[in-house]
Design a protein around this ligand. Structure first.
Ligand code: ATP
Ligand code: MG
Length: 443
């Protein structure tokens, strides 16, 4: 059942007289028939005893929490001593952590029944809270009294929703009621921890169902979504309110963090810019621009890395821009955005489109057309960036250009090549540049 490396770590601990188990997410995933991403282990050995046993092959990752990272067969495993936790006073962290000699105590502190099972090296399961039956029935249920567990650490509220989304499970009733009651506790949780869980939620196979069912919980840290809930678009292309459209667009996008976050954020300005014409049709003219600003705000607040934030903002800004199905316009988009971002934009457009009325969905064909054009442009190895242009700045100096004028000329040459006015050929480009310079002098 376990990979060799995991068996070796568990064996070694047992052979030295300690208890040792794989625990948490990996046990859950194994029972679900999935291959775990990583294996966490828990043991009765104290951290210093683990260190001694794996001398030279371990790192004291979080000694105060009892965690040692053990290297085995080129892989890393977190081995954590059985723990119990002191009282939670701030709704985020236990005031103290105590090491324990009993597996039971360690399992009791864990969040959900499906995450609170341990398995020894022989594959024998310890399941004190009916995790197996909840796994079978597809239920997320707190270990212990839900309200108390959420008051201890409010991040568990979001974790419950993320596991429900990722596993396609439903939230058990008492756990669900406690989520609603305790949701304001999420205000105290660090932005980074929220971002990590929210990203996993969004990338879950049942993200849409969870987003639709729990906006008031997510609204604690994303208040910008609340005006979208139930906001009638009064538009024949839209059969869903803004929130349901958003949720369906998230579901329709590939399970990729950038794309899923983009879909979540893409229409947040709609309620702000809404207008109605004389016929009673709703319009959202220019919503992408203020939407980008709202997105920027959220991404900053949740401490996204700059690269991801900028990409998501760019995709929100472009999400409803018309790109005519011509080589010229696709080439322009390719030059401005680059290949990776343009591919993502097409995925965004597809998802956005799939979340509208069935008649509009036929426009998928238009996106396919754009993609084809992009592929053929790329295949032809057309020149899209200055780097690929057949001349560079140094080539222009003998023509008498200097400084900013060189950059400007390169840009003009690139535009002409992208538009198909000029071939990307050194002689052709230099001749054209020379002519331009002569014309400018005359003028
Ligand atoms: P994933 O496969 O997404 O990593 P996971 O179950 O391994 O899922 P982690 O966040 O890696 O989730 O946490 C590992 C284990 O630690 C969980 O299975 C759970 O038993 C426990 N755990 C993590 N966070 C908490 C928490 N806030 N409160 C209680 N137990 C927690
Ligand atoms: Mg994990």
């Amino acid at each position: 059942m376990f990979p060799t490396e995991v068996r070796e770590v568990l064996h070694r601990l047992e052979a030295a007289g300690y208890e040792a188990y794989a625990v948490g997410g990996c046990v859950r995933d194994l029972l679900l028939g999935k291959t775990p991403d990583d294996y966490d282990m828990t043991t009765s050995a104290r951290p210093e005893q683990v260190m001694a046993l794996f001398d030279g092959f371990c790192i004291p990752t979080g000694l105060q929490h009892g965690t040692v990272t053990v290297r085995q067969g080129g892989k890393s495993f977190e081995v954590t001593t059985f723990r119990t936790e002191g009282p939670y006073e701030d709704g985020r962290h236990p005031s103290a952590v105590y090491f324990s000699q009993r597996l039971e105590e360690d399992l009791k502190r864990r969040d959900f029944t499906v995450n609170a099972m341990a398995m020894d090296v022989e594959g024998r399961l310890t399941d004190l809270f009916d995790g197996q039956s909840d796994l079978r029935r597809g239920i997320i249920r707190c270990v212990g009294e839900p309200k108390k567990r959420f008051e201890e650490d409010a991040l568990r509220i979001l974790r419950a929703l993320r596991f429900a989304a990722a596993l396609g499970f439903s939230v058990e009733e008492a756990t669900g009621n406690a989520i609603r009651e305790s949701r304001m506790g999420l205000q105290k949780i660090a932005a980074e921890r929220i971002r990590v869980e929210m990203t996993k939620l969004l990338c879950g196979k049942n993200a849409g169902e969870i987003l639709l069912a729990w906006p008031e919980v997510l609204g604690v840290f994303l208040p910008e979504i609340l005006p979208c809930v139930g906001f009638d678009q009064c538009n024949r292309y839209h059969c869903y309110d803004v929130w349901e459209h958003t949720v369906r667009a998230v579901d329709a996008a590939p399970c990729d963090p950038i794309l899923r976050w983009t879909m979540l954020l893409h229409d947040l300005a709609k309620p702000i810019v809404f207008t109605k014409d004389e016929q009673g049709n709703g319009h959202f003219y220019g919503h992408a621009q203020p939407g980008t600003e709202i997105a920027r705000d959220i991404l900053h607040r949740l401490r996204f890395d700059r690269r991801s934030a900028e990409r998501i903002e760019q995709l929100v800004l472009w999400h409803d821009r018309q790109i005519p199905p011509t080589e010229k316009s696709v080439a322009r988009a390719l030059r401005i955005m680059g290949e990776e971002a343009l591919r993502q934009l097409f995925a965004v457009k597809r998802a956005d489109n799939l979340a509208q009325t069935p008649e509009v969905r036929q426009r998928q064909q238009e996106i396919t057309e754009l993609e084809k054009i992009m592929e053929s442009l790329l295949a032809k190895e057309q020149c899209f960036s200055l780097r690929q242009l057949a001349v560079n700045g140094r080539d222009l100096m003998p023509l008498g250009l200097q400084g900013a004028a060189i950059g400007q000329m390169l840009q003009n040459l690139l535009d002409a090549v992208v538009d198909g006015t000029l071939d990307n050929d050194r002689e052709v480009l230099l001749l054209w540049a020379e002519k331009r310079i002569a014309e400018n002098k005359k003028a």
